[in-house]
Design a protein around this ligand. Structure first.
Ligand SMILES: [Cu+2]
Length: 521
């Protein structure tokens, strides 16, 4: 089915405007950009909108001063007395030791930094109240949840300083790892970098609990990966450099759950890792030391049909993956490092401009396999999984094109050559239809695209069927330079005049206007 859809799209490509644009760019704009690159000496690529990803500092090998991994707090919410659950978040300022022995000013939900994992249940009526004690406006967006636009927490749902906002909805998502973070236009990057981010764990009551490791903090471990830069006095440094105006914010230290290079005492058994790339802009390629395989069981939208063995997993900002790791195969006392590779933010127009963009890899954290097998450990990884249902587009589905462009000669990135205007509706889509949305990236770097309030599945990358681990439901997917990605989009169930967002999840691109908004009619 996917294969057929991919071929159908490929033939549809032949006469499409996207391909015409692609050919025009390859002939014209790319050539011009290369001429600019040559003119400025080849080392600085600002004119072609690419930028350089600066390296990360390695967290070091077993210095003995490693902080223990902070375990993300789990919040089950309160019974609302009528079968629903209610949750309460307070966005606040605080201070935390992100670097060992150094106190940094931070922001967080219900604490100094990050926030609790809210445990949601598919089909359950849910209310989340957000009290804003930050001293400045913010919003709280439920990234990945398919909720009505009015409670989505996007730029239109600003919470004034001192005010509270309540989002009520019935959880429509299947079992998955989603997250929440600010989405105030122009301030998203800074507010997320200050520490505002938390997880949403959706459970499906129909899935047997014993299928996957599920004891929170014991064999079900959430890892929020975020890079930050610090001033000499240990404060979070969010002053964007000229390079970061293009690449987005790229700190030099990778934090895991708000700690630099932490260590976790792992049990000798199968463990589930819920991985979130919560970086503002950096794509991370994750792998384990000693070539321990990772069985990927879920992507952003939920479970895959069967575990997929991966040696490394690339996550763009906003993307998630759930993997199973078999620590029973590791000798007691042995350490297994989680490595994070950081790559250049894209090779200019696929022309092989690789010099100076070498990938580097650092230790993100260490698993010290020191605990015995715990009660309730799963014996074997499941052979098959109840897959999150994917979205399929029928023949004759409406096709829409989104060109990722701009950033030539110092301008910012755009979608269909337009910068975000909160007072302009870019698109009205019919409610409850499946459409095909095609994203073509005409810029020199990859952009992770995120669409609010819809269900999506990848159909094709450059006309080819997506890899197995890219299937299922998605809410964020990377579009490489000069690549065309087609997705099937199930539009919102009911008409709504409140806009939903479609944007790049490099937060500085989004803040600078690489965002569009749509309504459903
Ligand atoms: Cu972008």
């Amino acid at each position: 089915m996917l294969q057929e859809e991919a071929s159908a799209l490929e033939s549809a490509n032949q006469s499409s405007s996207v391909d015409q644009l692609r050919r025009r760019l390859l002939r014209g704009a790319a050539g011009a950009a290369l001429a600019q690159l040559a003119a400025c000496g080849g080392g600085h690529d600002n004119m072609m909108g690419q930028g350089i990803a600066p390296p990360l500092i390695d967290a070091g090998a077993g210095s003995g001063s490693q902080q223990p991994l902070p375990i993300i707090a789990m919040d089950q919410g309160l019974d609302d007395g009528s079968g629903g659950r209610s949750f309460s978040l307070i966005a606040q300022r605080g201070s935390a030791q992100l670097l060992s022995g150094v106190s940094s000013n931070t922001s967080g939900y219900n604490g100094a930094v990050l926030g609790p994992a809210l445990r949601l249940r598919m089909g359950q009526k849910t209310t989340i109240r957000v009290q804003n004690n930050l001293g400045e406006a913010t919003t709280t967006h439920w990234h990945g949840l398919v909720v009505p636009a009015a409670v989505d927490g996007g730029p239109h749902q600003a919470i004034a300083p001192g005010a509270a906002w309540e989002a009520g909805f019935t959880v429509a998502n299947p079992a998955s790892t989603c997250w929440y973070h600010p989405h105030l236009h122009g301030a998203t990057g800074r507010q997320v970098a200050s520490g505002l981010a938390g997880l949403l764990i959706v459970d499906d009551p129909a899935i047997p609990p014993a299928l996957l490791p599920g004891t929170w903090g014991v064999d079900d471990l959430a890892l929020v990966l975020q890079d930050k830069r610090f001033t000499a006095s240990g404060q979070i440094d969010y002053a964007l450099t000229a390079n970061e105006q293009l690449t987005g914010y790229m700190g030099d230290r990778l934090l895991v759950n708000g700690a630099f290079g932490p260590v976790w005492q792992a049990p000798q058994q199968w463990v589930r890792l819920r991985l979130l790339n919560g970086c503002n802009a950096r794509t991370l390629t994750l792998r384990l030391e000693i070539s321990l395989p990772m069985l990927q069981v879920a992507n952003e939208g939920g479970l895959l049909g069967a575990p997929v063995a991966r040696t490394s997993i690339a996550l763009a900002p906003g993307e998630r993956a759930e993997v199973l790791v078999d620590f029973s195969a590791v000798a007691s006392g042995q350490e297994v490092r989680l490595y994070a590779g950081t790559v250049a933010s894209g090779i200019g127009f696929g022309m092989g401009l690789g010099a100076g963009f070498a990938a580097s890899e650092v230790t993100a954290m260490t698993f010290r396999v020191s605990l015995p097998r715990q009660a309730g450990a799963i014996a074997l990884a499941p052979a098959s999984l109840p897959a999150a249902p994917s979205v399929a587009a029928g023949a004759g589905a409406t096709i829409r094109s989104f060109d990722l462009d701009g950033a030539m000669m110092g301008s910012s990135f755009t979608i269909n050559s337009r910068s975000f205007d909160i007072n302009r509706i870019d698109l009205a889509v019919p409610a409850n239809k499946v459409e095909v949305w095609r994203f073509f990236n005409a810029t020199g770097m990859a952009h992770p695209m995120h669409v609010h309030g819809v269900r999506m599945s990848l159909l094709a990358r450059d006309g080819a069927a997506p890899a197995v681990h890219e299937r299922g439901l998605r809410d964020t997917f990377s579009v490489d330079s000069m690549q065309s990605v087609a997705v099937a989009v199930q539009t919102p169930a009911v008409p709504s005049s409140t806009p939903l967002m479609l944007h790049c999840h490099i937060l500085e691109h989004e803040d600078a206007g690489m965002m569009a908004q749509f309504i459903s009619v």
